[in-house]
Design a protein around this ligand. Structure first.
Ligand SMILES: [Zn+2]
Length: 268
């Protein structure tokens, strides 16, 4: 039987894990519920006041690096948070200028939105972002074309699989590598509408990584600091990282590093 573990990941690793954190600030809930919904706005303002900082502490404790997907306006509002993540070794990627859905934009509007967001983040970090996740994963058939035109490398929108795959709608431009997320690997699904216990989320994610490790695949998680950065939910992340660290052979890596490995790996 083919050994997918050694084919897919760097030596000594049986699976890969990406920890991505979408920093929406209040803009995600403004887009969803409107500007006058202060109930949701204040809930989500926890993001930059407390959540990001607790998440950074947890990642530092485990000495792991992840990917922060910034809403452009959040980066503009709080460059200190962007800098803190960068200084801790995390990747900075784009997550829309103000969390408007890309599915509602033309190709040109998506290009403008991506450029504006990338410029603000790059202006803070000094490094041009190479990855993008669409707000609420609401993309359309033009999104990958826009990313290709702007020279992005990876996208985390298409949930169709457990391994990276390439998309190249514009044959004259370089392909985009899809890193598939899942609504089951999203803290929103556990701690926002139905409120689950941290054990519930931890048990699900532990079973996920067990299956993926047996198959040599990729787990690509999405968190929101105003959700997972709350006290009890943060324990789900801690317990999960503790479990994964104990396995000893899961590659926990930034999205850009996984994308680079996947592209350069001589085995495909
Ligand atoms: Zn978001």
């Amino acid at each position: 039987m083919e050994d997918t573990h050694t084919r897919n990941w760097p030596a000594g690793h049986r699976a890969a894990l990406i920890l991505s954190f979408d920093v929406d600030g209040e803009y995600g809930v403004i887009n969803r519920y409107g500007e006058d919904d202060w109930y949701w706005r204040s809930q989500a303002q926890y993001d930059l006041e407390a959540g990001v900082w607790r998440v950074l502490d947890i990642l530092e404790d485990f000495d792991v690096q992840g990917t922060f997907c910034w809403v452009g306006r959040c980066a503009e509002d709080r460059p200190d948070a962007v800098r803190a993540a960068q200084e801790a070794g995390h990747e900075s990627a784009t997550h829309g200028w103000d969390h408007r859905y890309y599915r509602d934009m033309s190709l040109d509007q998506q290009i403008e939105d991506l450029k504006r967001t990338r410029e603000v983040i790059g202006g803070i970090t000094g490094e041009e972002p190479v990855g993008h996740k669409s707000p609420s994963w609401r993309f359309n058939e033009d999104t990958v074309k826009a990313l290709q035109q702007l020279g992005f490398q990876w996208n985390m929108d298409y949930a169709a699989g457990d391994l990276p795959f390439t998309q190249q709608p514009e044959s004259s431009a370089d392909p985009i590598l899809q890193l598939p997320p899942s609504r089951l690997w999203d803290d929103y699904s556990y701690f926002v509408d139905p409120i689950a216990s941290p054990d519930n989320a931890y048990n699900m994610w532990r079973d996920d990584i067990d299956v993926l490790r047996a198959e040599g695949k990729l787990m690509c998680m999405t968190f929101h600091p105003w959700v997972i950065g709350r006290p009890a939910p943060s324990r789900a992340l801690v317990h999960f990282l503790d479990y994964v660290a104990g396995l000893g052979d899961v590659w926990i890596a930034r999205a850009d590093h996984v994308a680079k490995w996947w592209r350069e790996s001589a085995n495909r």
